[in-house]
Write a protein that binds this ligand. Structure first.
Ligand code: CMP
Length: 137
């Protein structure tokens, strides 16, 4: 089954949106294969966003992602990577489909609620940053 790494960012946790976002994912028919609440260290945040190193927003996104707990999930299903990207919506919530998670509940690119792996390569790289093999059910 195709798997993708999903993070509910600190704004999602602080705004009390964990349940609603999880419901949207479950209602679409995806399966939850791993789930945990984590406080990211700076090292983990930098490892996760390593492909963006050198970009103007790298420091800010790492600082933001360590500002409070995040929910890390492994979501599985048919075409889970692309399907979850569609459900998540465009990176900039202003461009996101109104029915997507970012389109419904987010306003700005720096606090866009949720991360989803953008490719198989990214999923393969990102999942082990957050989950051991034994934690994937
Ligand atoms: P995410 O899908 O987690 O991947 C990189 C994150 O950096 C992105 O969502 C945004 O939250 C954040 N970010 C901030 N500014 C930008 C930008 N100009 N372009 C892309 N991502 C940005």
């Amino acid at each position: 089954m195709e798997k993708t790494l999903i993070l509910f960012k600190p704004d999602a946790v602080q705004r009390g949106l964990i349940g609603q976002i999880l419901s949207a994912i479950e209602a679409k028919g995806f399966r939850i294969l791993g789930l945990k609440l984590v406080q990211l260290t700076r090292d983990k945040a930098e490892e996760h966003y390593a492909p963006h190193k050198g970009k103007g927003f790298f420091n800010d996104v790492c600082t933001y992602m360590t500002s409070g707990p995040v929910v890390a999930l492994i979501v599985g299903g048919h075409n889970a990577i692309k399907g979850m990207r569609q459900l998540v919506g465009a990176t900039d919530p202003g461009q996101a489909d109104p029915g997507s998670i970012r389109g419904r509940w987010a306003q700005t690119i720096d606090k866009n609620l949720i991360h989803g792996s953008d490719s198989q390569e990214s999923s393969d790289r990102e999942i082990p940053i957050f989950f051991s093999k034994a934690e994937i059910l």
